[in-house]
Unconditional design. Sequence first.
Length: 178
Amino acid sequence: MFKCQGILTLLGAVLLLSLSSSHVAGQDTKPAKKVSGVLISKTNDSITVHVDKEEEPAKYTIDEKNKKQAAALKTVYDGGRVQLTYKTEGDDRHLVMIKRQVLQQSGTLTGTVVKVHNDFWVEVKLKSGLYEGFAPNVRNNKDKAFMDRLKALQAGDSVTVQFTTDSERHRIVAFKKK
């Protein structure tokens, strides 16, 4: 009987020690979260993504030593739609995985302008609530009148965009401000 109590006491102590050591070491036991949105920008140590259903873009820190993550980041571009997995530590969001997300290869979409970024691409909140980015195609990029119309778009403008998708992002074939 004493031997059984000793084993139970030892098991209890091991369990308590393992629980307290993971808490003391600050290990994050929260599960990773998956979200989608439009990549606004990326730097060497972070990315900014306007996540669907969030009002403001959020910053995600990058693990610069993670080669798999670095390779994945080479395949995503500003204005492109992405799907990512992240973990939180306090208020900080740490990128775990990112990949390009193309929901539609071509077509026509209508939504509200969120912002024109870098006088080059426009972020639009679609009627479905998702965010999309659209950049001029090669021909439109050289058309001064087209680019002036694109740069003149303001937050809140309603637009319909006809687009195709290439290896980087959605490209505007034509757009109409309502």
